[in-house]
Design a protein around this ligand. Structure first.
Ligand SMILES: Nc1nc2c(ncn2[C@@H]2O[C@H](COP(=O)(O)OP(=O)(O)O)[C@@H](O)[C@H]2O)c(=O)[nH]1
Ligand SMILES: [Mg+2]
Ligand SMILES: [Zn+2]
Length: 295
């Protein structure tokens, strides 16, 4: 039976991209009984009555599933942050990284608007970029205005389903437009002109960029640490995870425990102080939430 990926769901139809092209499929009642409905990103089998029409017969088991936007089988999240305007927001960046790590999705960092930096500002941003690279995150500085970095980013989409994430105004739509000029997604200057930001569409579609699929709507708008245990947090900071086996206490939270290898690594600057500060900040948040809701 032919198979493919659902790239769009609209008005009761699922658009499946397969080797045969795009086939418009209906779901079948059987899914409703099983209490699952096909999602964009699902890998499905279908039965085609005509070349361009058919119905879905089976949904492959999902690797993961996002709620907002509703999409299955996400391989990687492209975290878009601007170097300036708005300023690089490392607290928010680390927050995104923790949530994405916890969902076992691979993060890739993109730093936009590099063209806006003075040489002095560029030095500082380059330093942050090298910190994140040293932790092991692929980090791509770019400018959608000058085209710098665009060739490099094209190759990361190949064979993967990606979702963009990042606060509004950092240049996500502008970047997608630079990669696929034919799409003409609305950017904020245009929406301001129309009176209000129109980025709240519920409907999601996977766009082809290079040899991959990319969600046209940003994901991870809710970035709290819901359901996370205090002891889990260390695992979502790779450089802390690397050190913690050296801590004296097995359940060390790296706050004020004696013989803590993580705190020692902060002192010797193997772990960056700002990353450790964010760890402490998030830990406190998780502990306070637990106290509030779980007593
Ligand atoms: N100078 C410069 N401006 C950019 C760049 N990327 C986006 N912008 C501007 O930043 C603003 C917000 O961009 P937009 O793509 O709408 O951000 P989004 O909310 O993340 O989708 C727009 O005015 C863009 O023209 C860039 O690389 N360089
Ligand atoms: Mg946008
Ligand atoms: Zn410790």
């Amino acid at each position: 039976m032919p198979s493919g990926t659902i790239i769009k769901a609209l008005s009761g139809f699922y658009y499946v991209k397969s080797e045969a092209g795009i086939v418009r499929c209906r779901g079948r009642g059987v899914f409703r009984k099983q209490n699952i409905s096909p999602l964009v990103g699902d890998y499905v089998e279908y039965s085609a009555e005509k070349d361009s029409e058919g119905y879905i017969t089976a949904i492959s088991e999902r690797k993961n599933e996002l709620i907002r936007p509703p999409i299955a089988n996400v391989d990687q999240a492209i975290l878009v942050f601007s170097a300036k305007d708005p300023d690089l927001h490392t607290t928010l960046l680390d927050r995104f990284l923790v949530v994405i790590e916890s969902k076992k999705i691979k993060p890739i960092l993109v730093v936009t608007k590099m063209d806006l930096l003075t040489p002095k500002e560029k030095e500082m941003i380059d330093e942050y970029i090298s910190v994140y690279r040293s932790i092991g995150y692929k980090t791509i500085p770019l400018s959608s205005k000058t085209g710098m970095g665009l060739e490099q980013i094209k190759s990361i989409f190949d064979g993967k389903v990606s979702v963009f994430a990042g606060q509004s105004g950092v240049g996500k739509s502008t970047l997608i437009n630079a990669l696929r000029p034919d799409l003409q997604l609305k950017t904020s200057t245009i929406s301001k002109h129309l009176g209000r930001g129109k980025h709240t569409t519920r409907h999601v579609e996977l766009l082809e960029i290079s040899k991959g699929l990319v969600a046209d709507t940003p994901g991870f708008s809710a970035i709290d640490f819901f359901g996370m245990e205090p002891t889990e947090l260390s695992f979502y900071f790779p450089e802390i995870r690397d050190q913690m086996s050296g801590c004296k206490f097995r359940n060390c939270l790296h706050v004020s425990e004696p013989k803590c290898a993580v705190k020692e690594a902060v002192e010797t600057e193997q772990i960056q102080a700002f990353r450790y500060q964010h760890y402490l900040m998030f830990l406190k948040e998780i502990q306070e939430r637990k106290q509030r809701y779980e007593k």
